[in-house]
Write a protein that binds this ligand. Sequence first.
Ligand code: ADP
Ligand code: ZN
Length: 418
Amino acid sequence: MSRDELAQLQLERLQSTLSRVSKSVGFYRKKFAEMEANPQAVTSLEDIRYFPFTIKADLRDNYPYGMFAVPLRDVVRIHSSSGTTGKPTVVGYTRNDLENWSDLCARFITAAGVTSDDIVQVSFGYGLFTGGFGLHYGAELTGASVIPASSGNSRRQTLIMQDYKTTALVCTPSYALHLADVMEDMGINPQSLSLRWGLFGAEPWSEKMRARIQEKLPITATDNYGLSEVMGPGVAGECLEQNGMHVHEDNFLIEIVDPETLEPLPEGETGELVITTLHKEALPLIRYRTRDITSIVPGECACERTGRRIRKIQGRSDDMLIIRGVNVFPSQIEEVLFEIEGTEPHYMLIIDRKDNLDYLEVHVEVGDMIPQQSNIVARIRSRIQSVLGIGVEVRLVEPKSLERFDDKAKRVIDKREF
Ligand code: ADP
Ligand code: ZN
């Protein structure tokens, strides 16, 4: 769709979404009245800035169904968020929402290389988490053969991959690396498998991590993004250019705002992603603050899709660590670790306070053959110091000693008391 046509469609859908929520969701009716924001007065996409933001706490305050815009009898599916940052929020889908969700997932799955000739192993959890079902129905819609492996039991996952000749693997990036290790333990050479595509999401991962996964597994790894409140997976996904995730803008109006002032930022600048749903029935959200930090990739993509792209998510603003006043995302430390030869891509960050000063301890696994340990420690410390400007403690730990995760990896333990 051309950008002009897209903008026209977005405006029509924005107007109808705003007037619908003002009629059917008490929360928005009240907020709009307070701010004197009138859906009827909206004549351009920029007018969105006169409307209130929605935050996770609003969904928690209206838990479980208070923000739904349709009666429960029209809701045919219920999911929830993972609860990474607190009480999980509940989300609902009408029949049309489900159809649309599958369609959006099928779009990015196709963009990531999958066709009806592929065999897709979905190793996301099937359950309240939106990842499993979202990718499942999306992949089915592409005509691929879908294996609902669900998460866990890594040896069995590997055997399925081998015996069923899986060509596309769907899971979190950290789990993909774990599966590569399990293959090694089982004496299975990944190159002997039929794998070609890796579709990864649900947690932040760096470019270095992508390189490592592609080195260990014979796949092209793409990133895809979504969040339960807004729908689940299917909000945005990379094409084979591997350079930013195309947002499905006919369904989602995006803004990048300064997380402090909440003012919109110019294209290309890094800030918090804010999403207004344009085509959802059960749970439309206005200016939802995702807390996810990214920026818009300027220019057009070589693949000719017209949806604008967002860069890899750096992390959530609530994951940002403030160490002695310096802002640090775990993904930045990950980038540094991956540059150091001899370290494994498994790490844990522990933050605590000693004599009223924050300190960060980086636990990182090392390979079986480490040339000179002390040298690695010094190299990691000086790299982090020069890239991020903070001093850290580094502790090398045995291979495979850090916890592995089937779904979202947890990499930070903050022991500070505020
Ligand atoms: P929760 O917010 O409790 O984790 P969700 O399961 O809805 O619940 O997860 C959505 C969140 O997961 C996003 O807001 C984002 O922080 C993270 N996420 C999802 N996909 C990606 C991705 N491709 N890269 C980085 N982070 C992602
Ligand atoms: Zn593209």
